[in-house]
Write a protein that binds this ligand. Structure first.
Ligand code: BG6
Length: 493
């Protein structure tokens, strides 16, 4: 019998941001430089240059980002207006430990987040906190070569201890690392891992030291498990999420060689880290792959204990796209966030050539729930697109359409029996793009008036998607049509 598909009343609706992509104020209140601060603006097909000593002339977009640091109260009021019950945000590590190796935390940095959490509380919005989201102190990257060095674990735990103690009553949901699986590929070895690859001149280049990268990956996994151990001592009600950048993989054809390749890539890219974090040990396929590749890691008995005893509570993932795996090198390729792949002839793609695949979200939700049987959060999902501000409005029907189709598939997945508990699309407000450093690649429900050169008033405007999403939340996902709510005013600050 047909029945109405709906989201449970307890479902957490919200949006997501990351400190380095929205806050700006890069040296305010004693903040130190982070690995994200060294990159200049780029564009699709034109890489972001890196300048570790800031000697290159040009625009460093994270210096101002979209000025959330100054506007947080008004921005949070806008999130509340949409009806958010949660906001996923990250803490800039370099506001708390500016170089990374200080003995005592920077009080001014903590006070900023005190204010942010107080504002969220005022509006009844619960934070989901990412502890590390491309914000590793540049000082630690230079001192230790980032996560390649085991001593990073203690520096990270010093940060966790301060946050857990200070925010024990403000935060329940913690995500120790954004997209923890990113280090399985070289692209973000510096931004995510703090390892400075030899010859790095821009985002994603330089010589990859694969052994070091996987050792760093191991240190990150151990650090996350130790954070869980520490956090549960501070407050047993804390809930910890393993977060994967899930790039869903299909075989391009039924050729068994494609099917096998898709299975292998899916294991190594999408499953490995979450398997460790939710099942408590390295999965067999990863152990075998490392043996075959001659990668020998320093893994201690204590590491194994920590991983085994401190598995995470929920599975979180970012979902933007899917790609295909093909054993044929000649087939057409498409790009993606941490990796691209073979082009799927059944899918459209965004302006930045990321393939749009709402049904793949339902497929992925069923896949990961079947694998882990823990609650799931979609902590990023959205469309990077060029928006045009006309008379104080942005008519982003393309973004509404992207989100509508994905939310419809979430509803179907819940009906399939998947325990999906939260949705925080990317992004609550316009942000700086990580891969290109552009403003032009916009994701937000709220438009920020600043262009790729940093020109603009930084005023905020509600997009059409803002009204549409407010209606979705208001109706608990029953009304996915075009907004029928009151038309909101355009400019808000
Ligand atoms: C995710 C990151 O991988 O992709 C975000 O967690 C990022 O920080 C998002 O913004 C979209 O990627 P991009 O390169 O378009 O900003």
């Amino acid at each position: 019998m047909a029945h109405e598909l709906e989201f449970p009343d307890s479902f957490l609706w919200g949006g997501a941001i990351a400190a380095n992509q929205v806050e700006g104020a890069w040296r305010e209140g004693g903040k130190g430089p982070s690995v994200s601060d060294v990159f200049l603006s780029g564009a699709h097909g034109s890489p972001r240059l890196a300048s570790l000593d800031f000697s290159l002339d040009g625009r460093y977009p994270s210096r101002d980002a979209t000025r959330f640091y100054d506007n947080y109260a008004d921005d949070i009021a806008l999130f509340a207006e949409m009806g958010y019950s949660v906001l996923r945000l990250s803490i800039a590590w370099t506001r708390i430990f500016p170089r990374g190796d200080e003995e005592t935390p920077n009080e001014a940095g903590l006070q900023f987040y005190d204010r942010v959490f107080a504002e969220l509380r005022k509006h009844g919005i619960r934070p989901i906190v990412t502890i590390s989201h491309n914000e590793l102190p540049l000082g630690l990257a230079q001192k230790f070569d980032g996560w390649g060095d085991r001593r990073m674990i203690d520096r990270y735990l010093a940060l966790c201890e301060v946050l857990f103690e200070r925010y024990r009553d403000d935060v329940t949901y913690w995500i120790p690392f954004n997209e923890i699986n990113n280090l399985t590929l070289p692209l973000t070895v510096f931004m995510h891992g703090g390892i400075i690859p030899e010859g790095m001149t821009s985002f994603g280049d330089g010589t990859d030291d694969r052994d070091l990268r996987f050792q760093a990956m191991h240190h990150v996994l151990v650090a996350a498990a130790r954070a869980v151990e520490l956090g549960r001592r501070v407050n047993p009600d804390f809930r910890f999420g393993s977060m994967t950048c899930h790039i869903t993989l299909y075989p391009l054809t039924p050729n068994p060689a494609d099917v096998l390749l898709a299975q292998q890539d899916d294991a190594l890219r999408n499953n490995f880290c979450a398997d460790v974090q939710l099942q408590g040990e390295y999965p067999y396929y990863q152990v075998t792959w490392m043996q075959r590749e001659g990668i020998v890691l320093d893994i201690t008995d204590e590491d194994r204990r920590v991983l085994r005893e401190n598995t995470h509570d929920f599975y979180a993932f970012s979902y933007y796209m899917s790609v295909c795996a093909s054993a044929d090198d000649e087939v057409a390729q498409t790009s993606g966030n941490i990796m691209g792949g073979a082009r799927n002839p059944y899918l459209d793609e965004s302006e930045w050539a990321w393939q749009i695949d709402p049904v793949g979200l339902r497929y992925t939700l069923n896949k990961v729930y079947d694998r882990y049987r823990v609650p799931i959060m979609i902590t990023e999902n959205g469309l990077g697109a060029t928006d045009e501000l006309v008379d104080g409005r942005v008519h982003d029907d393309y973004r509404i359409s992207y989100l509508r189709e994905h939310i419809a598939q979430m509803r179907l997945a819940i009906d399939d029996g998947v325990e999906l508990i939260a949705y925080t699309p990317w992004a609550a407000i316009d942000i700086i793009s990580v891969s290109t450093g552009e403003m032009r690649k916009r994701y937000g429900f709220v438009y920020v008036d600043v262009d790729d050169d940093g020109n603009g008033t930084y005023a905020r405007y509600r997009k059409d998607s803002f009204d549409w999403y407010r209606r979705v939340i208001e109706t608990r996902g029953r009304d996915l049509g075009v907004s029928t709510g009151e038309p909101a005013q355009g400019v808000v600050s």
